[in-house]
Write a protein that binds this ligand. Structure first.
Ligand SMILES: Nc1ncnc2c1ncn2[C@@H]1O[C@H](COP(=O)(O)OP(=O)(O)OP(=O)(O)O)[C@@H](O)[C@H]1O
Length: 284
């Protein structure tokens, strides 16, 4: 059984009178891909900022591989790579130069940087473009560069804050492939997202964050199974109602009954969005 990569205990973050995080605790196992899913303002970025050493919590403790990150902050920083929400690359420099600067900031030798940069640029299919200015890249390419920059110093843990926000669906899927490959190579990943299908596709476990609190935490499969297997959506004069059933037979019987009453009925598989609405009482 894999050890613990991240242990977070009772994190609180206050901005004046606003409690952005209200006692957040969870653990991430080594090699796991863990998603923090929540609506805007839930506290996802605040959590990532604390874990990356960009801001201090009001209270709470965090360990990476059993090292207290506030007591051993330098060692902790070297263990993590951060993919921020905003594309903070230097647009006037080339891809290669962006990676070089990052490596030097992390105290890597030029030789080690060159070796690792080549490996990662090839991995992200950006090698041919290494001498282009970042300005000339598409949105999806910039995101790929942002991800490999975070991996340059070979961190054991990768934090990704909304890595696919605002991208077209096919570019998002390509990034999902890349993220999965990074996990396969052994990196522990924490990502935040408000795209439910992203969490459902990528994550081993998902925590629903709502107004600074974790309201539910489990694997996508377990969340879905808690509700059942098949959902029946019914459009009524009062709006859309959804009913959950353990199997298709039960769902079909109920759907038949409702259609006979003249209701408009659709059957579908239960997904993580159903679970999210069930646990938070609202949409992402
Ligand atoms: N520096 C700050 N000063 C004051 N309030 C802040 C600050 N940073 C975040 N907040 C507030 O804390 C709460 C949580 O914000 P946070 O950015 O962590 O949410 P989020 O889940 O990442 O949302 P989003 O998806 O919009 O990035 C919000 O109410 C936000 O307005």
């Amino acid at each position: 059984m894999a050890g613990l990569a991240v242990r977070i205990e009772s994190l609180v973050k206050e901005y004046g009178r606003l409690r952005a995080l209200d006692g957040v605790s969870f653990e991430i196992r080594e090699g796991e891909l863990f998603a923090l899913l929540g609506p805007n303002g839930a506290g996802k970025t605040t959590t990532i900022r604390i874990l990356s050493g960009l801001t201090r919590p009001t209270a709470g403790r965090v360990w990476f591989f059993e090292k207290d990150i506030f007591r051993e902050s330098l060692a902790a920083k070297r263990m993590v790579g951060l993919v921020p929400q905003a594309v903070n690359l230097d647009l006037e420099l080339t891809l290669w130069e962006n990676l070089l600067i990052h490596g030097l900031l992390f105290g890597m030798s030029r030789r080690a940087i060159a070796q690792r940069a080549e490996e990662l640029l090839r991995f992200a299919e950006l090698w041919e473009r290494r001498n282009q200015r970042v300005r000339t890249l598409s949105g999806g390419m910039k995101r790929r560069l942002l991800i490999i920059r975070a991996l340059l110093h070979a961190p054991r843990i990768l934090f990704m804050d909304e890595p696919t926000v605002g991208l077209d669906p096919h570019i998002r899927r390509r990034l999902w492939g890349l993220i999965k490959q990074i996990q396969t190579k052994g990196t522990t990943i924490l990502l935040t997202t408000h795209y439910i299908e992203e969490a459902e596709f990528l994550a081993d476990r998902v925590a629903f964050l709502d107004r600074g609190r974790i309201v539910a935490l489990d694997t996508p499969q377990n969340f879905i199974q808690t509700l059942g297997e098949v959902a029946v959506d019914v459009v009524t004069s009062e709006g859309l109602k959804t009913y959950y059933f353990r199997n298709r037979g039960e769902a079909e019987r109920e759907a038949m009954k409702l259609s006979k009453q003249g209701e408009s009925v659709t059957l579908r598989r239960i997904n993580l969005e159903d679970a999210f609405i069930h646990f938070t009482g609202r949409k992402v």
